[in-house]
Ligand binder design. Structure first.
Ligand SMILES: Nc1ncnc2c1ncn2[C@@H]1O[C@H](COP(=O)(O)OP(=O)(O)OP(=O)(O)O)[C@@H](O)[C@H]1O
Ligand SMILES: [Mg+2]
Length: 475
């Protein structure tokens, strides 16, 4: 692909300047309807004498922005940054970086399977009516090629351009965190988004390496599984249940997953969902390549009928007990009328009605409180336990917070963390230097002290428990 702003046509710089001057004058002084008439006849004349085929791609199709136009722009931007002389710079991520694209009235050549095509970026003024965006400028790309290649270009090249363009668009887009929390910013029953910039990655996530690798492999398999899911007749979705005590990294893991796959995140706050039908609408209103998260789902399941039951409890369950399942998730919340069955329907309805790549994640501190129907495989396919900080996880945290791989205190710390249950959040807090004077040794010693104190506390509690038991037995 090479730049054809002037050289390809064999024009000298001054001829080019004259042509551009002529073009500007033409746009300035000829009324719109006259230009349309002239252009129609010029095109017709050119069609009679030329072997070229031209396809026009408008920026707007009807009231909407054309997705094809956007994909073509992204495709051409990847080509033209290296070759075009005149580029346009657009801000991305609130001005943090720039995306370059082909400037107006600029053209570039592309080669596909040995066939040359030319793309030009055009803009014309339209005084009569403003277009859908309210602007009076009408932008479009024109693809020109020899008529003998018509079939190949239309059937293969265009598909290639749109596919590649979409990939680039996806990479360049600003990722988003959506919320339906009305008390924050969203309108009731609607998503509202902010830029998603969480720094967590799998490298900084503290957990057993083997488990971490398993999760990563699972995610890669899922994201590349479009054809596989189609082959086996399954909607392209996957559910994850993250469970474990507070501060073990469940929320951090979600951010790491989103960063790893470059997905958007939808944080679904069930308490603000009015009823089952609103829940369904919200879920259907989510885009593909996203993670839909319901945090602390155990807190939403205060209804006894929804808990996992023992055998005796199951036997005791009468008709009334069964009806409990239809009770709202949020008895304490007067607004939400979302029920368990509504939730199950929304999840299944969502998955079966749109096959975009979507991941749903539930987190809970008390997995035993959840209804089996909610977390059965097929709904929540992968159950991941986030556990207390053991030595492998500690090493990751020490690397993150202190930038060290080894220290003479490691032996003692290994013995302690394997014995004492301390969450990665608490370990991380101990490892974080509190001032510039604190070095790695001070932080590690603080951790050792904390772990030993915890050990004493645990022993004391166990002794008290035993004493209580003994007292009760005596009575
Ligand atoms: N496994 C981990 N790896 C790295 N950092 C962690 C991990 N677990 C916790 N942390 C640190 O502790 C903080 C709290 O962790 P996080 O919010 O992910 O825990 P959680 O399991 O979601 O807790 P909760 O059950 O209370 O929601 C995080 O901001 C992070 O800094
Ligand atoms: Mg959390």
């Amino acid at each position: 692909m090479r730049e054809t702003g002037g050289g390809v046509w064999g024009f000298t710089g001054s001829t080019m300047t004259s042509l551009m001057f002529f073009w500007a004058m033409y746009n300035q002084f000829f009324p719109y309807h006259l230009r349309v008439l002239i252009e129609t006849y010029v095109y017709k004349l050119m069609g009679l004498v030329s072997n070229s085929v031209h396809i026009k791609f408008n920026e707007h199709s009807g009231l909407k922005k054309s997705e094809a136009y956007n994909s073509i722009r992204s495709y051409l931007s990847s080509k033209s940054t290296a070759l075009a002389v005149r580029l346009k710079a657009n801000e991305k991520g609130g001005g943090k970086s720039l995306v370059l694209s082909l400037d107006d009235h600029e053209a570039v050549e592309d080669v596909f399977n040995g066939v040359k095509v030319q793309w030009s970026s055009n803009v014309s003024k339209r005084e009569e009516h403003a277009n859908a965006s309210g602007s009076e400028e009408r932008r479009y790309f024109t693809l020109s090629f020899h008529r003998r290649n018509r079939e190949m270009i239309i059937e293969r090249y265009l598909g290639h351009v749109l596919r590649e363009g979409r990939k680039i668009e996806f990479k360049n887009r600003e990722r988003k965190l959506y919320t339906n929390n009305t008390s924050l910013y969203a309108r009731e029953g609607k998503w509202c988004s902010v830029p998603f910039h969480h720094p967590a990655t799998f490298e900084t996530l503290a957990m057993e390496l083997e488990k971490k690798e398993r999760v990563k492999k699972d995610l890669i398999k899922f994201s590349k599984g479009k054809d596989y899911y189609r082959k086996v007749g399954k909607p392209w979705k996957r559910g994850y249940l993250l469970f474990g005590p507070p501060g073990t990294g469940k929320s951090t893991m979600i951010s790491a997953m989103a960063n790893f796959l470059e997905y958007d995140v939808y944080d679904l706050e069930l308490t603000t969902v009015k009823d089952n039908s609103d829940l369904k609408k919200l879920l259907l209103d989510t885009k593909g390549r996203s993670i839909i998260v319901i945090e602390d789902i155990d807190c939403s399941l205060g209804v006894t009928g929804q808990k996992r039951k023992t055998k005796e409890e199951e036997e005791e369950e009468d008709e009334e007990g069964k009806k409990e399942k239809e009770k709202t998730f949020y008895e304490e919340s007067e607004r939400s009328k979302v029920t368990l069955s509504g939730m199950l329907n929304a999840i299944d309805g969502l998955w079966s009605s749109c096959s975009d790549e979507k991941i749903m994640v539930f987190t809970t501190n008390f997995v035993e409180n959840l209804d089996l129907a909610l977390i059965r495989r097929g709904r929540m396919d992968n159950h991941i336990e986030m556990s207390y900080c053991r030595f492998e996880a500690f090493k990751v945290l020490a690397k993150n917070y202190l930038e060290i791989e080894w220290h003479e205190l490691y032996g003692e710390i290994e013995r302690l963390v394997e014995e004492i249950d301390m969450s990665p959040a608490d370990v991380a807090e101990n490892l974080m230097p509190k001032s510039d004077e604190e070095d790695a040794e001070i932080c590690l010693k603080r951790l050792v002290k904390s772990l030993e104190e915890e050990k004493v506390n645990v022993r004391k509690l166990a002794e008290e428990e035993e004493k209580k038991k003994a007292d009760q037995e005596e009575k």
